[in-house]
Design a binder for this molecule. Structure first.
Ligand code: PRP
Length: 186
């Protein structure tokens, strides 16, 4: 397969991702079998592809909402005091079962912020679902209820993940060539 020039190698191919998303959806559907409506909260922008695939495989009633955050610095440069909510969910989540859907947990500061923020809204329950996590990069303990894949500490793109807003729509998750992001950092 011809890879875009900035891509070093594929870490998770399309079939592997789809299989795992299917498993996660089955597990979530079983765990929420009794709820009236599960509220999926996707974190923009990175989660939009994962959320779309996951939600379409759920067999329990659910609604989809989104939030957007801004952090000073890009992925991997987050600090606990640097995360800000710039777009909130459209509907209140008080009293509802909420599942936060993320594409990646890097340092963990974003998810830590989200869990605290949503806990304060008194949902009926609160869990997190992230497609990927980089354990080697975690700086804070995070609540990972549903996890797709643990991945190594390399810059990944595809399936929602970006480099400078590019490559989000690749069907696979791939490692970027280190020289690409190193050159940008200097
Ligand atoms: C990414 C990702 C998480 C966050 C994780 O978002 O979607 O929200 O970084 O990093 P952390 O664990 O170090 O806090 P990003 O800021 O790249 O924005 P995007 O989703 O719009 O690409």
């Amino acid at each position: 397969m011809q890879l875009p020039p900035d891509i070093e190698r594929i870490l998770l191919d399309e079939a592997t991702i789809q299989r795992r998303v299917h498993e996660l959806a089955a597990q979530i559907s079983a765990d929420y079998a009794d709820v009236e409506e599960l509220v999926l909260v996707g974190v923009l922008k990175g989660s939009f592809i994962f959320l779309a695939d996951l939600a379409r495989r759920l067999t329990v009633p659910h609604s989809v909402d989104f939030i957007a955050l801004s952090s000073y610095g890009s992925r991997g440069a987050a600090r606990s005091d640097a995360v800000r909510l710039i777009m909130d969910t459209r509907a209140p989540v008080t009293g509802k079962p909420v599942l936060i859907v993320e594409d990646i947990v890097d340092t963990g500061y974003t998810l830590q912020y989200l869990v605290r923020n949503f806990q304060a809204r008194n949902p009926a329950s609160l869990r997190t679902c992230t497609l990927t996590s980089k354990p080697a990069r975690h700086e804070v303990a995070v609540q990972l209820d549903y996890l797709g894949f643990e991945i190594p500490d390399v810059w990944v793109v595809g399936y929602g993940l970006d480099y400078a807003d590019r490559y989000r729509t690749l069907p696979y998750i791939a490692a970027l060539k280190p020289e690409v992001y190193r050159a940008a950092a200097h």
